[in-house]
Design a protein around this ligand. Sequence first.
Ligand SMILES: NC(=O)c1ccc[n+]([C@@H]2O[C@H](COP(=O)([O-])OP(=O)(O)OC[C@H]3O[C@@H](n4cnc5c(N)ncnc54)[C@H](O)[C@@H]3O)[C@@H](O)[C@H]2O)c1
Length: 365
Amino acid sequence: MTPVTLGIIGCGNISDAYFRGAAGSSLVRVKACADLRREAAEAKARQYGVQALSIEELLADPEIEIVINLTVPLAHAAVGLQIIAAGKHVYSEKPLAATLADARALAQAAATAGLRIGCAPDTFLGGAHQACRRLIDEGRIGQVVGGAAAVISRGMEMWHPNPEFFFKPGGGPILDIGPYYVTQLINLLGPVKRVAAVATKGYPTRKVTSEPLNGQIIQVEVPTTVNGVLEFESGANISLTASWDVWKNKRIPFEIYGTEGSMMVPDPNRFGGEVAVAKAGGEWQAIAHTHGNTDGEFRAIGVADMAAAIVANRPHRASGALALHALEAMEAFQTSADEGRRVKLETTVERPAMIPPGLPTGQID
Ligand SMILES: NC(=O)c1ccc[n+]([C@@H]2O[C@H](COP(=O)([O-])OP(=O)(O)OC[C@H]3O[C@@H](n4cnc5c(N)ncnc54)[C@H](O)[C@@H]3O)[C@@H](O)[C@H]2O)c1
């Protein structure tokens, strides 16, 4: 197919992964980029051989069909609405918006305009995670009963060049890292029914130790240690621990327990990794997974899938509906913690179609 033309708004830390990922796909091509900081757009434009434009110029370019929104979470909804108002499909970094209410408004605007929303993460399209999905669908561990996921570290202020947004509304470990786990869980198990959680803040302030803002003090406005349980419509319940307050731990990141065995799911912030299954009474066995996207960084496969889906008139996998449901589940962690009750979700979503097994790296159908 003729590659679909993309624009990128937001030329910060993660944008390199998208410029590189898109360059590796025959389904899309990046024409231009923009940023509030003109110099950031110009630097990426020079590096990747695209045009640096103002946001208005980029949105007015008739050739650009999909705009990737790589701004900070608090700007996702406003920039997304601008993109839709310009008549273009939007593919957003996660979370879809800083609040469920903003995400709903975005979804409504896109539906009214007949435009698509796509949203990161797309790591669940990686070979390892698709293999987990296939194993569950084939009944290799029986009916899924429970599971545990843990994403635990000491934080973000020691590596990210501008880490403030992680500790402001729209940030926090559940909204920032949770999307990888919650999205893969929905891909594996289907929609979430209810959430129960408890949340706390480990430190009132954070001192940045990365460059160039070394020494900056950040006021923490969101909980940074959260423990919760996701109850799925299927009947399974999965615990999720997300924390940026931990010096050391030995938790296994992601396990699923079924009536016939257990499964180890690799880090869903990566496309590949080791998958293992232990059948009833047996030991862990590594599962070979040969189909697409097993290694390396493929961020942009979600937007490439969306481009192919637009051309083929089929649903795309990393969809706005999936991101909206995941966001409702993640916001429910906060509501449950604040109000001391289990929160029932209002949205639902169908599991995205599996990528057919056996495809070479980077191919989706
Ligand atoms: N950094 C990572 O490793 C990483 C990984 C996965 C996902 N993400 C997600 O990607 C998004 C961006 O993260 P980042 O780390 O690149 O942040 P960043 O702060 O490095 O970059 C964000 C860029 O967006 C620009 N921007 C902010 N508001 C804007 C607006 N209204 N209009 C136009 N430009 C605007 C900023 O000037 C900045 O250049 C976040 O949603 C984050 O959760 C980041």
